[in-house]
Design a protein around this ligand. Structure first.
Ligand SMILES: [Zn+2]
Ligand SMILES: [Zn+2]
Length: 237
């Protein structure tokens, strides 16, 4: 049986802290941005994409700041998006009349605001959404596989957003049952750790050394919200 790359990727990601799907999506977003910045010279469509999308979404446009060595590409792509914004403002028909009539004048403001909205999704959000679907599909398909299941059992489990997405994608009753059992066991363990953490913070227990529960609050944030910066702001549900 040939197993897909995503199977091995997920097993590896299970050994990392936090949701394995989040870990892979962060890696993939980084790779996607990297190629976007490399290709901007050779691929004029990247320029058009930046114009139409008015740059990337909040999360992903800021992620560009991590690619310091490619700052020229970043500048050129941001310039394209800004150029598009300015062109749209200049093309505004209300621009011709006086400031006051422009202000009073009707539909011009909302219409301009609408035209300034992105005409296409953030390309990074788009690419992440695609790979996310693939990972969740692999997860649901292989959770019955012994090696995969054992890796998942030892992992931090899915974050709540990815658990919801996995539930929506799951194809049969057995897979659903497996997913529910494995994930619930992981969350119950985390809940116990949170409660130990809370108890040990009580003054009556002051001095009790902390164990694995030390960072349970942080892991709870991560599992309820998903990893930091993994969900772009223009992502569809
Ligand atoms: Zn996740
Ligand atoms: Zn995005």
């Amino acid at each position: 049986m040939t197993l897909p790359f995503s199977y091995y990727d997920l097993i590896e990601a299970c050994a990392q802290p936090g949701c394995p799907v989040c870990s892979l999506l962060l890696r993939d977003a980084h790779r996607f941005i990297d190629s976007l910045l490399y290709e901007y010279v050779t691929k004029p469509s990247t320029n058009d994409t930046f114009r139409a999308a008015r740059g990337l979404c909040n999360v992903h446009n800021w992620q560009l700041t991590r690619f310091g060595s490619q700052v020229l590409g970043i500048a050129i792509l941001q310039d394209a998006a800004l150029d598009e914004v300015l062109k749209l403002i200049e093309a505004n028909p209300a621009q011709a009349s006086s400031a006051l009539s422009r202000w009073l004048g009707s539909n011009a403001r909302p219409a301009l605001a609408d035209r300034l909205e992105p005409e296409r999704p953030c390309p990074v959000c788009e690419s992440v959404a695609e790979t996310e679907k693939m990972y969740l599909d692999t997860l649901n398909t292989y959770l019955g596989n012994e090696r995969f299941q054992s890796a998942f059992r030892d992992s931090a489990g899915l974050c709540l957003p990815h658990f919801r997405a996995a539930l929506r994608q799951v194809a049969d009753a057995d897979a659903l049952e497996r997913l529910l059992t494995l994930q619930t066991t992981i969350w119950q363990q985390l809940k116990r750790e949170l409660e130990t953490f809370i108890t040990k913070n009580d003054y009556r227990y002051a001095g009790d050394p902390m164990g694995v529960e030390r960072d349970s609050w942080l892991r709870a944030i991560s599992t309820l919200a998903g990893k930091d910066e993994v969900f772009g702001t223009r992502r569809e549900k």
